[in-house]
Design a protein around this ligand. Structure first.
Ligand SMILES: [Zn+2]
Length: 200
């Protein structure tokens, strides 16, 4: 019964008001909204009608949370040996196969939220010049030190996305983690002819 007690508490009680921020609509910036769920602060925007999470972890609490995201038995934890590294499902063979239907691997691929670099390593093996962005420190260190990958904690807005510089941007289970995706992502129409942003 313990878990029932927990979910009946509201979000402020569970996470602490000091760790939360309340946002306006991320799409139309309207502050008017009606709550449509009773447990989490999930609301319907009075301006555009989209449903969004209004109260959420603030930036520093999000950062702290993501530093623990790939520890212990987490599926995002770096692998313990070469065999596990080579057989990891995070290499995303299926996604890479689909991507190669659209893009020839002869340019730069940027993976946003690349974790310990499994997909980047796979894409590099197919011919892409790869780079990755990540916030979780232990996975950045693993990607750099164990796989020799170009991975940093830079913001995507710091990356040169002018036409012709990137062949593809990939985001695998990452888009939903961005606090303001419409402001953080470069416009795919700025890319060169066969490039775009692929979310998996
Ligand atoms: Zn709205």
């Amino acid at each position: 019964m313990a878990h029932i007690t927990i979910i009946m508490k509201n979000i402020e009680e569970i996470l602490g008001t000091e760790n939360l921020e309340r946002i306006d609509c991320p799409f139309c910036s309207s502050a008017g909204a009606e709550r449509c769920r009773t447990i989490a602060d999930i609301v319907k925007c009075g301006g555009c009608g989209i449903i969004y999470l209004r109260s959420r972890l603030n930036q520093s609490s999000q950062f702290d949370l993501y530093q623990k995201y790939a520890e212990g038995k987490s599926h995002m934890s770096p692998p313990s040996g070469k065999e596990k590294m080579a057989s990891s499902p995070l290499r995303r063979d299926g996604f890479l196969y689909e991507l190669l239907e659209f893009v020839q691997p002869n340019g730069k691929l940027l993976d946003v939220g690349c974790g310990w670099g499994a997909f980047l390593d796979n894409a590099r093996g197919r011919g892409f010049e790869v780079m990755g962005l990540e916030v979780t420190r232990n996975t950045i260190d693993f990607a750099k030190n164990n796989l020799g990958l170009d991975v940093s904690d830079n913001a995507i807005t710091d990356i040169d996305c002018r036409p012709g510089t990137l062949q593809a941007i990939t985001m695998i289970h990452s888009l939903e983690h961005l606090p303001a995706p419409s402001r953080r992502l470069p416009n795919p129409t700025n890319f060169s002819a066969r490039a775009a942003c692929y979310a998996g």
